[in-house]
Design a protein around this ligand. Structure first.
Ligand code: 2M8
Length: 425
């Protein structure tokens, strides 16, 4: 008999399942989102392996010819979300957005394959996916790191997945708003406006979309023409981990050339990541590629690198930072340092706890044998679910559920926390 929490988690995955893809939550996000799907597939792998593969296959069926995998696939018409396809105008057969999101697919595919009940049967599906994921990774290093520094830049805050993080505030202030025109946001009709990004931020998000549209979504020119070019350590760490995971899988399945190429991409990037470390803050920081300055903003983006193969001393420093954060909150991990002036416990990515981030960080700590922190993150995550349900995100101060409810990737992570992490303790 399955534990009651897992039964509820499964019911949410099923409720948000649209057949070949899942929506993050009914209403607020009615389409397929890139990293939501890959992380949700990990959840599905606990209850329905085939469905897990379908989720990722559907996403990659909408990969662009240049290798990019879009952040949203608009499978069906829905006026409940803004900006929809008429704003993006990417000219695809099935509408998609024109930007991307954190590349967790390489990591997710490895994790799901490892737990496969019949790996022999799945091999051919994995072999179909690997070159597509590899092409996406190569696209990043070609189009988002044109000078070959080893670190890729995001060109829109939405690409980071941490939409309104304080990390972007100064750089985003340089993005103009003239000519953006009037528009009606739909997010604030579904969720509390005080938990969402501000109007000023939305104007800049839309300005960037319209500017990229004028460049016909040509990724050979977008990076250099974007007034927003941000190197996010968390985003880069996810890409590096996915390159290394893909390399291992490729080796295992006899794709040695792909394995070598992927490992080389990861190694070059890992060495470059070190340049984002700050002794002053005891964590990694973002680098604004336009001003060429490190961004003095203590956000969770600087702790996510523990997810990849950073040096042990860095992992230990991150563990110490997590201890500090845990002392300041009832529930970890806050997405921004609670003593920072711009911390906001309920406003989206400016402070709240996100279970997917807890998972990525706990998974990283586990590699280093930093188990006490894994246990703390796991128990906080499970407590939040019991106390506040499967919300999009939570206040780290009192656990208040915020944003959308019955959230797919939150439910997916609960399977990992209960079946994998808690079961190991
Ligand atoms: C949020 O982002 C979307 C834009 O992509 C939005 O606010 O409209 C972020 O939390 C992002 O990380 C997430 O993938 C998406 C869907 O859950 O929602």
């Amino acid at each position: 008999m399955k534990n009651e929490t897992l039964q509820k988690a499964e019911a949410i995955l099923r409720k948000n399942d649209r057949g070949s893809y899942t929506v993050p939550t009914h209403g607020l996000y009615p389409f397929q989102w890139n990293w939501d799907s890959c992380l949700s597939a990990i959840g599905f792998s606990h209850i329905d392996e085939d469905r897990a593969w379908v989720e990722i296959e559907t996403l990659f069926n909408h990969q662009w010819e240049d290798g990019m995998v879009p952040h949203i696939v608009f499978h069906q018409h829905d006026d409940g979300y803004f900006p929809g396809p008429s704003v993006w105008q990417t000219g695809r057969k099935v509408d998609t957005s024109g930007i991307t999101q954190p590349p967790v697919a390489g990591f997710a595919v490895k994790r799901i394959f490892e737990r496969s009940s019949n790996p022999e049967n799945i091999k051919s599906r994995v072999l179909e996916l690997l070159p597509k994921i590899h092409a996406w990774h190569q696209w990043f290093y070609r189009c988002r790191d044109p000078k070959g520094s080893g670190l890729v830049a995001i060109i829109h805050p939405w690409e980071s997945g941490r939409d309104n993080s304080n990390d972007w505030d100064n750089a985003l202030a340089r993005v103009p708003t003239d000519g953006v025109g009037s528009f009606t946001r739909r997010d604030t009709a579904h969720a509390d406006a005080s938990h969402r990004p501000t109007q000023g931020q939305y104007e800049r998000y839309i300005w960037l979309v319209k500017a990229f549209r004028q460049h016909q979504w040509d990724n050979t020119t977008l990076h250099d023409n974007s007034p927003f070019q941000m190197i996010d350590p968390g985003f880069n760490a996810i890409l590096i981990r996915s390159c290394f995971d893909l390399a291992e899988l490729a080796d295992q399945l006899g794709e040695t050339q792909m394995a070598e190429e992927s490992r080389a991409l990861g190694a070059h990037a890992l060495a470059a990541l070190e340049s984002l470390w700050s002794d002053k803050w005891g964590q990694y920081l973002c680098l604004d590629r336009i001003s060429n300055e490190l961004v003095e903003s203590p956000s969770i983006g600087g702790l996510i690198p523990v997810f990849t193969n950073i040096p042990m001393a860095r992992a230990q420093a991150i563990a110490a930072k997590l201890d500090e954060l845990h002392q300041l909150c009832s529930y970890g991990i806050p997405s921004h340092h609670p003593l920072s002036e711009d911390f906001d416990s309920k406003r989206y990515w400016k402070g709240p706890v996100w279970l997917i981030i807890n998972y990525l960080i706990a998974d990283g700590l586990r590699k280093y044998g930093l188990t006490a922190r894994v246990e703390r993150i796991t128990s906080d995550s499970i407590k939040l679910i019991h106390q506040s349900g499967f919300a999009e995100y939570y206040s780290p101060l009192d656990g208040e559920p915020c944003g959308g409810l019955d959230f797919t990737w939150t439910a997916a992570m609960v399977f990992e926390f209960i079946n994998s992490f808690a079961a190991e303790q």
